[in-house]
Design a protein around this ligand. Structure first.
Ligand SMILES: CC(C)(COP(=O)(O)OP(=O)(O)OC[C@H]1O[C@@H](n2cnc3c(N)ncnc32)[C@H](O)[C@@H]1OP(=O)(O)O)[C@@H](O)C(=O)NCCC(=O)NCCS
Length: 321
């Protein structure tokens, strides 16, 4: 990269870092740009100076990866860096460049494709441009910062017990995990694949075989009715870079049997996890939820989470306009 361009990219990154910190201190430093598929998409400001740029990343997720269940098989992701003089206008120009770029990519015309942009939830400046270009907010990354002050023993739920799951619980955990995926499919995120059940089983088996499992079951009258799975910081490195705060844990799965919802079981399981995380010095816990899941957003925000990032998506990628 010629030094003039390198300096311009560095200046943009500095401005983005300042803007993000002012908007939301939980946002990380923007960091290095990924390599992407080709030359950066460039937005020039009125004064002819660089106002922003974007990198398009192309990913093919193979059928043998559980990741293919979480979205389209071919993913095109725009990584934007907008300096901040007129973010709304720059976002519009960048998204138009990106649309034009993808219209020349054969693989982006298939049915099992998505075009997505991960945008800071508190950065409201670009939202109209994202909507105008046919993107919808599908998934949210929400965060809970460890509260300061004294902690108390976590409150349970009436008639319910919590226990760590072990290898003998494979069928139960698998059943609850698959029910969650089927429920979440209503909101346009996960896609049921021929390998989904097998790959989830393998993941469940692997995690239940660990000496310390981060999988808990909520039971009523001895019957498992709820599941919570988390990743401690040593397993959550893949998402830790989404926030400035460390160490970060990840809350992976939360599901309560339909008949048992609204009776405090979900909250009791989450409080149980939070007590453990808070005591072990975990500074922030992240999770994904579907933006339009009518049960999850109110629940998580009641449990101390708030939105950090939103993933805006067009599916198939050709729906980007
Ligand atoms: C989301 C879910 C786990 C909540 O579990 P739950 O056991 O029903 O929740 P609780 O009864 O413990 O509720 C805890 C608190 O959140 C509130 N709450 C829960 N769901 C709510 C909703 N949909 N709307 C408003 N408030 C809600 C409760 O009123 C309660 O508040 P309170 O402490 O003032 O009494 C459960 O609805 C579920 O399994 N949904 C389907 C799967 C899913 O969406 N999982 C999350 C994926 S990210």
């Amino acid at each position: 990269m010629p030094w003039v361009v390198r300096d311009a990219v560095r200046d943009i990154n500095r401005m983005v870092a300042r803007r993000w910190q002012a908007i939301d201190p939980l946002l990380p430093d923007p960091g290095a740009m990924p390599t992407g598929c080709g030359a950066p998409l460039v937005v020039n400001g009125d004064n002819g100076r660089l106002a922003g740029l974007g990198i398009c990343v192309h990913q093919h997720i193979p059928p043998e990866s559980l990741n293919q269940t979480w979205g389209a098989a071919d993913r095109f992701t725009l990584v934007p860096r907008l300096a901040g003089h007129d973010v709304a206008a720059s976002a519009g120009v960048l998204l138009s460049h990106w649309r034009d770029h993808l219209s020349g990519v054969g693989a982006a015309r298939g049915a099992d494709t998505s075009a997505s942009v991960v945008w800071p939830s508190q950065d409201i400046t670009g939202i109209r441009a994202l909507l105008r270009h046919g993107l919808a907010p599908v998934t949210v990354i929400a965060a809970r910062v460890r509260p300061t002050g004294p902690t108390s023993a976590p409150r349970g739920a009436y008639g319910m017990t919590i226990r760590a799951a072990g290898p003998a619980d494979e069928e139960t955990v698998l059943d609850l995990e698959l029910r969650l995926i089927r429920y979440d499919m209503h909101f346009g995120g996960p896609v049921w694949r021929s390998a989904t059940a097998r790959l989830v089983r393998e993941e469940v088996r692997g995690s239940l075989a660990r000496p310390v499992t981060w999988t808990w079951l909520g039971e009523r009258a001895g019957r498992p009715v709820a599941l919570l799975v988390a990743q401690p910081p040593q397993d959550a490195g893949w998402i830790a870079g989404m926030t400035s705060v460390a160490p970060a844990a990840y809350l992976q799965t939360m599901f309560v049997d339909q008949q048992e919802r609204g009776t405090g079981i979900g909250a009791a399981l989450v409080r149980h996890l939070h007590a453990q995380l808070d005591a072990s010095g975990v500074a922030v816990t992240l999770l994904h939820h579907s933006q339009v899941n009518p049960l999850s957003a109110p629940f998580w925000y009641r449990m101390g989470y708030r939105p950090l990032w939103a993933s805006w998506e067009a599916r198939p990628a050709s729906a980007l306009r």
